[in-house]
Each structure stands twice: as C-alpha cells, then as structure tokens.
Design a protein around this ligand. Structure first.
Ligand code: WT7
Length: 667
C-alpha cells in the first residue's frame, strides 16, 4: 500500500525522477520548511560581515560563562590566535548542568541502538551524573588539568561520558577512531603523552566481536607515560586485567565522588585529534575550549535549524572523527537536543536498518556522508520503499563533494522532496561547518556546498598569484580567524605555521592576516557558490576518511620484501576515492597473493583495515624524474586511464608504458 507516509518506490521510478531533476540547477527551501525555520533573514550574512568579531561575541554569549571574556579576539601573536581571552567556561557544564538546571534533566540525550537491536535511553540527568562521577574517577587515577587522556571506544554512550568527563576537569582528550588499529592507537598515545587510556573489552561489528582490549595489551606493554587503562565492559569477551594498571570503568565510576565543572580558560586546550597530512606523521590537531564550543554549537543550531523541544537528530558518523566530536557529542548536547546514537554498520543486521531506525525514532534531522548514500543507492531502493520517513525535516551531507545524482537520490528517496539537503563543507581543522546553505534561506545547488556561514569569509585564490578569483577555479582560503579553528598542531607550532600559513603573504585576499591555507581546490561561480574539487596535497579521502599516501606507503614498505611503493588515489563510484598502490618487490620475490595478503595485513595492523589498497599493481620500476622523485601525477593518470601528456622529464619513459599495460591486464 502506498500512502503519503509509506511511499512505495521502485528503481525505475526513482531513476526517472532523478534523471528529470538532474537538469534543475537550484532547489529553493521547501515552503513548509521555510515557514517554520529559525533563520529566515537573508541579510544575516551581510550583517555579520559588518563586524564579524562582534557577531561571534553574540554567539559565544549564548553559552554559559563563569567569567566573561575581556578580549574577543587577540591577533598579536598571529597565526596563533586567541578567542574570548580572559573568559572562563566549562564545556560539560554547557552540555549538561545547564540543561538539567533549566528543568530538562529528563530529556533524552541519546537513544542508543545496539547492533543486535538492544536500546538504551540516556537522559541529560543520567549523562550528567555519570560524567561528574567519571570526572572524579579520572582525578583519582591521577589525571590533572592539561593531562592527555586517550579514548578508544566503540559507539556506545560511555564514549560521550569519557569525553565530557575530560572537559569537566580540563583534561585534554585524544580520541582514536575504533576502526584504527591498536598499533596506531599506541603511537598516538605515545606522541601525545597520554596518561590514561579509556577503552573497551571488545567492540561488536556485524555480529562478531573485535578483541579490543587484548589487541591494546599487545601494544601497550612498554608505553612509559601511560599509567592506567580504564576498560568498559561492553562485548563481554574475556580479557586479562593487569594489576596496578587496568581498572574497570563501572567500578571506578561507582567508587568515585561526582565533581563540579572546573571553570577553564577559554583558550585551555580541549582536545587533540590526529588527522592525516602530507607526511607519514599524523598531525595532532589541537582545539581549545571557548572558541570550539561556540563554533560547534552555533553551526549545528543554524544549519540544522534545531528545535530542542521536538527534534530527534541523528548523525551517523563515528565519534572518532571530528564530525562525531562536533556533531554527535558537543554540538547536540550544548544545544540540548535528543539524538540517536547507533553502534553498528549501515548494513547490519540488514541493509535497511538506517531507515528502520529513522521510522522507529521519528528522526527529524539526519546527517550522513555521500559514500553512505551511494552505498544505499547501490543496495537498492527496495530497502527504503514502504518505510515511513515522514518525520524527516532536513538532511545533511559531509565529508566529500556529493555528486548531484547522490544528492538527488537523497532529496527524492529519503527526503520525499520535502526536506532541504545541506551539503556541509568543513575540516578537522575548522572544528565546525564553514560552507553550506542556510536551509530556510538559501537555494541549494546539488554538487556545491554553498556559501560561507555568517561570520566567515572564504575565498578562492589563484594558485600561482594568490589573487582572488571572483568566478573560476583556484585554492580555498580563509582570510580571517574564526573561533573554532585549530590553535596549533600538538607540540609542533612550526608545522602548524608551515602547513597552514606559509602559502600566501599577509594581506593576500584583502584581509589583514595571512590567509589560512585549506588544502582544497575549488571553483566559485557567479553567485558565489563554492564547488569543492578535492585535496591538493597527498591526502586521500576514502569514504570521507582522510588518509595520507605517505602513511600507507610507509606501511607497505615495512614488508620485508618490498623495495618501494607509491600510493595514489583513484576516483571510485562508492567510496569517492580508492587507494591504488604501485609496489616494487625486492630481488626475485614473486608477486603472489600471499605477499599481497601480507601487505594488506601490515596496513591493517599499522593503520587500520580502511587503508588497504583497492588494487596493488606490481611493477619493476616506478616513474621517476632524473633527480629520483616519483611522479605521482603519472601514476594517477594511469589508474584513471587518462592520456599521460608530457613524460619527457622521466628518467626512463618506457616505465609508464609497461605500467599502463599492467594496469589494463588487471582491469
Ligand atoms: C576534507 C576534510 C568535515 C568532517 C569530515 C572530514 C573534504 C569535507 C566536504 C564537502 C567537499 C568536503 C575536503 C576537506 N570535505 N566535507 N561537503 N564537500 N569536500 O574531515 O577528515 O578533516 O577532511 O574533507 O577535502 O578538506 P577531514
């Protein structure tokens, strides 16, 4: 039965409709949505632009500060900017205590859904109680203000408790995505000097249990600085607890006294999140308290048009990425809304689980990634058809450019052509959304993220001259500082400066400072809409996950029989980009399936399964310049089957021909 709410959809019907809409350039906010939207003032951007610092002060003022700031923006030490200097604020106070004191303690913070169908509702009052106690427990374990606490947990409410507890006492969290290997966790704990690690006995994934703690044990035996490991009993698998080092989460929680939020300096470090850059060494992106919270809170409220009383919001990301930090934990909680938190994979226990959960929880705002939408398209509309998705009011996308076909599928199939789709551009470094469309005001153009949010300025600069491109292609730049920007790279201020502030001169792009170098190329159209093209550095975006070619290469060359490796990205229908590795083996080592499996295992161990190449091409030689530099551009051209253009700078031009042959043989 097809009704307005339980729409029956067929593949042919959807294809025809999407095909029809492909020609439509703009999508105005649906009238019913626009009528009820919070932001309807088309002049908001222009007003904020008159005095951006004052605008940000107004936004920050919506949070609860224990001491007001004296200086809104201090630029004397640029690019080491300081926001809301002199102010004191606590993140967990704003996310929890404030709402409970306002009488909203019984509101559900998270409707948690486990993989096997279990559910747990956690209210704001419960989350506060647990956070306050765990903060006390961390203190008793020796954690002091400024100390680093590692967090390596699955998608369970305890991850929010652990993060919030850190912010309550001014500890700096360093969350590592659960899909990364224990080796990479150990490395990140070591370089950040973590004192305590919070992890779980095991993680559940598609009906299996991943032995998280046993893996951690293998790699943490000789980590000097790490004093304690707190273990959440989650999967119920057998784990060994090391005397004097390991403690159970529930035991320390029960034993601890709750602690009050500590008023922290606005610029107190809040968290570090490692992200891939151009080298094999991940960058410890460091965010601070007041500015970050201002950015995350304001952006979610504006872009998702939040209605705390009635919204049920769901961001399908993992908490181990910046999207999870800003839009599963801090943004939603600071705004006092109810979220869904889902433990599992999008295709477990079945490929319609997301739509089932949206129907069951009456989700109003849904935020996911283009790769997930493309996977749903591939699995077929049958998994969506007949579901009641009429509760949905708005859909968001993040992580990579969303191709118009996927955008339209999302709009038509999921949103029933009633819900604005916001394509949100931002980065780990920006802390919160920077470019998108205001859903009650702006037209969306599928494929373009939109224009900068109020309070931001984003420009496209000519790659060579650094002059502004009014319409056309260039490099993205953010000329002025913004509150939720990274403050530095952990213990590496020089790399912070050279990565982000070395590209242009002071005052390029018309501002007073050196523009922030984003690392993306983009096109700006005549309406000022920005169309992000992709990274210009050696960063690969696989399913919205950022990986560095250098990191993958160094994992491959760790194999004893590998002589050399070069890794490039290739466009992929499902994951956006896929990894292709060109590998030269030593001497007479044969390129067997066994060697391939060993290389895959090495990468899974060092980085995580997500970094395994989609294809390995064995080769005797790599294309190099006469000075020995590998020409990755040619390797990309080969993988994308393009004409190679100029190869005269190669030391040995025949190398590329044989590589092209090899590529085709395997294709
Ligand atoms: C890079 C940042 C932001 C959280 C997830 C990724 C790409 C991100 C979009 C978008 C086009 C996008 C950019 C950016 N990116 N969102 N809506 N349209 N590209 O965070 O791992 O720090 O990666 O992701 O290339 O620089 P991240």
């Amino acid at each position: 039965m097809s009704t307005e709410t339980h729409r029956e959809l067929t593949e042919e019907g959807v294809e025809a409709r999407v095909g029809e809409l492909l020609g439509q350039e703009r999508f105005a906010p649906p009238a019913a949505f626009a009528e009820g939207a919070e932001i309807t003032d088309p002049e908001l951007r222009a007003k904020a632009a008159e005095d951006p610092v004052a605008y940000w002060e107004e936004q920050a003022g919506k949070l609860r500060w224990s001491t007001p700031w004296e200086t809104a923006l201090n630029e004397t030490d640029a690019p080491f900017y300081r926001w809301f200097e002199g102010g004191r604020v606590n993140v967990s106070d704003n996310c929890l205590d404030r709402h409970v004191e306002a009488g909203n303690g019984d509101r559900v913070a998270y409707h948690w859904h486990g993989e096997e169908g279990e559910t747990r509702d956690v209210t704001y009052a419960q989350l506060l109680e647990q956070t306050a106690r765990f903060a006390g427990a961390l203190r008793e374990l020796g954690v002091q203000e400024g100390d680093v606490v590692g967090i390596y947990l699955p998608m369970i409410p305890e991850v929010a408790v652990a993060m919030l507890a850190c912010t309550r006492i001014g500890a700096v969290h360093n969350v590592v995505f659960g899909g990364f290997s224990a080796t990479s966790v150990a490395e990140r704990m070591e370089v950040s000097g973590a004192k305590v690690l919070v992890t779980a006995d095991g993680g559940r994934r598609k009906g299996k249990t991943a032995p998280v703690k046993p893996e951690v044990d293998k790699h943490f035996a000789d980590l000097d600085g790490l004093q304690k490991i707190v273990v959440v009993k989650n999967a119920g698998n057998d784990v060994a607890m090391q005397d004097g080092r390991d403690v159970w989460f529930h035991e320390v929680l029960d034993a601890a006294d709750p602690v009050d939020p500590v008023p922290l300096d606005a610029e107190a470090p809040m968290f570090i999140l490692y992200s891939s850059g151009s080298t094999a060494k991940p960058k410890g992106i460091q965010h601070t308290t007041g500015g970050y919270l201002t950015g995350a809170t304001t952006s979610l409220r504006q872009v998702f048009d939040l209605k705390p009383e009635s919204d049920v919001y769901w961001c399908s990301a993992d908490v181990g990425w910046i999207t999870g930090h800003s839009y599963i934990v801090y943004g939603p909680l600071a705004n006092g809304i109810t979220s869904v938190m889902y433990e599992g994979a999008p295709d477990y226990p079945h490929k319609g689980i997301w739509w089932e959960l949206i129907e069951q929880r009456k989700v109003t705002k849904f935020y996911t990634a283009p790769t997930a939408i493309r996977a749903a398209m591939k699995w077929g509309v049958g998994h969506v058809s007949g579901r009641d998705l009429s509760s949905l009011k708005l859909l968001g996308s993040v992580g990579e450019p969303i191709n118009p076909k996927a955008w339209l599928w999302y709009w038509h199939v999921v949103g029933g052509e009633r819900c604005p789709v916001v394509d949100t551009w931002w980065q780990t470094e920006t802390g919160s959304i920077v470019i998108t469309t205001l859903p009650g005001v702006d037209d969306a153009k599928p494929g373009s993220a939109g224009t900068p949010l109020p309070g931001y300025e984003v420009k496209v600069l000519d790659a060579d001259k650094g002059t502004e491109v009014a319409s056309g292609e260039g490099l993205l730049a953010i000329p002025r500082p913004w509150p939720s920007m990274l403050r530095t790279l952990y213990q590496d201020p020089d790399r912070y400066r050279s990565t982000y502030f070395d590209r242009w001169e002071k005052g390029a792009a018309g501002g007073e400072q050196i523009p922030y170098f984003v690392g993306d190329s983009a096109r700006i159209d005549d309406d000022g809409y920005i169309w992000v093209i992709g990274r210009v550095d050696d960063v690969i975006n696989v399913s919205g996950h950022r990986l560095s070619t250098a990191e993958v290469e160094s994992a491959i060359v760790a194999h004893p029989h590998v002589a050399e490796a070069a890794v490039v990205a290739k466009a992929d229908d499902l994951t956006g980009q896929a990894i292709v590795a060109y590998v030269t083996l030593q001497g007479d080592t044969e390129s067997t399936d066994e060697v391939k499996a060993e290389i895959d295992a090495e990468i899974a161990d060092r980085i995580g399964k997500l970094a395994r190449p989609k294809r390995i091409v064995w080769t005797q030689d790599l294309p190099k310049t006469r000075s020995g530099k590998i020409m990755r551009r040619l390797l990309r051209d080969i993988a994308e089957e393009r004409d190679l253009g100029d190869v005269t700078t190669l030391a040995d031009p025949t190398v590329v021909e044989s590589l092209q042959d090899r590529w085709r043989e395997g294709a």
